[in-house]
Design a protein around this ligand. Structure first.
Ligand code: SAM
Ligand code: SF4
Length: 452
């Protein structure tokens, strides 16, 4: 049985309309797409793998950086000619919310434009476009509701995402999210726990709690703090691993580390984006914390009973960033000893305060800074990963590299650990195995299966 296909189709065989959906961007978008797919199937649509087979083509878009935004317009231009065959096009997600009805001007073959906070209205919007009308769902900043649906077409049968908080009210100077994903709104902890129990019953063993700022979670019923919810999800029978992302430093409280100490199913990993190591830049970014406050949170995480892996996001080339500011970011990498970072060149975004700041950093200079940062981080990761050699780590098996005859595993620390094992070990995707680490690379580990 494919547990991921927990939805029913209501229209028989050939009468079903076919849809093709492509997703850009973050895990939140990937999970939104799982919910959109479930909703479409529930409405009688069937998913197909190519644009050519589809009646309705949907793009779930990202506008966090300029490149991501351009991709969707390229796709729409590539497939414009298919409109003559009666195919319909829909733009969902952040670009939809940001550009709104302007999308109909830029790409007149689009029928539906819908931001993420309007997905609950998709059934009605689909009826409108099927009747040959154009439809928009763009009420994001107003809504207090989350997109909760029982029709989620989860793509992975072992690891499941649960969005616990949507939107963002923090308005960092460079970021489009508060404009594209609406105001911050949390689900009740009871509904999150009910979903976690249901997932455990269906055989899922890993849950990832999601939110733009997952730890800004506020239970509307006031029953549980974020740390209490984390602990409660970790104690659901059958759940073996719980991850949570992304945490915001401002809302990172010590009780999160206490929960990680108390509940062993909570994974040994915290993703805590810093964005810059310079207080001057942090202030201009309106992050509302200092380097020192960030380092204090790091010291809490490092004082946990288990050794935690810490990863981060860093932006280079924010307007006015000097060589001295960059040096501060580089020294922060050394001081924390991150196990991984996502480093980005600052990308000016519409509607954001930073767009009108002076002292733009030229693109070649951003490229140089990005390379410097990535090179320093690579050196750190070589050292960080070496410390695992000789230790035994538990992995969830994610697949097999047949060419190398190696299984692909993921550790609690969110590291890729590729390993060999005899046939007799009966290694299965979705199962767990203990692996002794024998060598390391900057981005992965190698090991051998060990008998439990
Ligand atoms: N809410 C999280 C936080 O505040 O740490 C981050 C969520 S954001 C969707 C993911 C990452 O995209 C950010 O951490 C930031 O590094 C990056 N990002 C956001 N806006 C950007 C921009 N205009 N240019 C470059 N990177 C950007
Ligand atoms: Fe964007 Fe800042 Fe909100 Fe993160 S906290 S989503 S970076 S505005």
């Amino acid at each position: 049985m494919r547990r991921s296909a927990r939805y029913t189709s209501v229209m028989p065989g050939d009468a079903q309309k076919a849809f093709y959906l492509e997703t850009f961007g973050c895990q939140m978008n990937a999970h939104d797409s799982e919910k959109v797919v479930g909703t479409l199937v529930q409405q009688g649509y069937r998913r197909v793998e190519t644009v050519e087979q589809a009646d309705l083509i949907l793009y779930n878009t990202c506008s966090i950086r300029d490149k991501a935004e351009q991709k969707v317009f390229h796709r729409l231009a590539d497939y414009k000619k298919l409109q003559k065959q009666g195919k319909k096009f829909a733009v969902l997600g952040c670009v939809a919310q940001q550009e709104g009805e302007k999308i109909f001007e830029k790409a007149p073959h689009v029928s539906l434009v819908c931001g993420s906070a309007s997905y609950r209205n998709l059934p009605q919007l689909l009826v409108q476009i099927e009747a040959g009308k154009r439809a928009t769902g763009l009420d994001d900043r107003q809504t207090d509701e989350c997109f909760e649906t029982e029709f989620t077409a989860r793509t992975n049968p072992h690891r499941a995402y649960i969005t616990i908080i949507e939107g963002c009210d923090k308005f960092c100077a460079y970021c489009v999210v508060p404009y594209t994903r609406g105001k911050e709104r949390s689900r009740t902890s009871e509904s999150v726990l009910a979903e976690a129990r249901q997932l455990a019953d269906l055989g899922y063993t890993e849950i990832q709690l999601l939110g733009q700022n997952v730890n800004s979670y506020r239970d509307p019923e006031g029953k549980r703090s974020f740390a209490e919810l984390l602990a409660a999800v970790g104690q659901v029978p059958g759940i073996h691993r719980v991850r949570f992302t992304t945490s915001h430093p401002r809302d990172f409280t010590r009780d999160i580390v206490d929960a990680m100490d108390a509940v062993p199913t909570l994974c040994d990993h915290v993703h805590l984006p810093v964005q810059s190591g310079s207080n001057r830049v942090l202030q201009a970014m309106q992050r509302l914390y200092t380097r020192e406050q960030y380092l204090e949170r790091i010291s809490w995480i490092k004082s946990a009973r288990r050794q935690m892996v810490i990863t981060s996001d860093v932006i280079v080339g924010f307007p006015g960033e000097t060589e001295g500011d960059l040096e501060q970011s580089l020294s922060l990498l050394d001081e924390v000893g991150f196990d991984g970072i996502f480093a980005f060149k600052y990308s000016p975004r519409p509607n954001t305060p930073a767009i009108s700041l002076e002292d733009a950093v030229p693109d070649e200079e951003k490229v140089r800074r990005l390379e410097l940062l990535n090179q320093r981080q690579r050196e750190i990761q070589i050292v960080q990963n070496k410390r695992y050699i000789g230790t035994t780590l538990e992995v969830m098996v994610e697949g097999k590299n047949e060419a190398r005859n190696q299984h692909i595993g993921r550790t609690s620390q969110n590291k890729t650990l590729n390993f060999s094992a005899p046939e007799s070990a009966g290694i299965k995707v979705g199962g767990y195995a203990n692996v002794r680490v024998t060598s390391s690379f900057p981005n992965s580990l190698i090991g051998e299966w060990v008998v439990e």
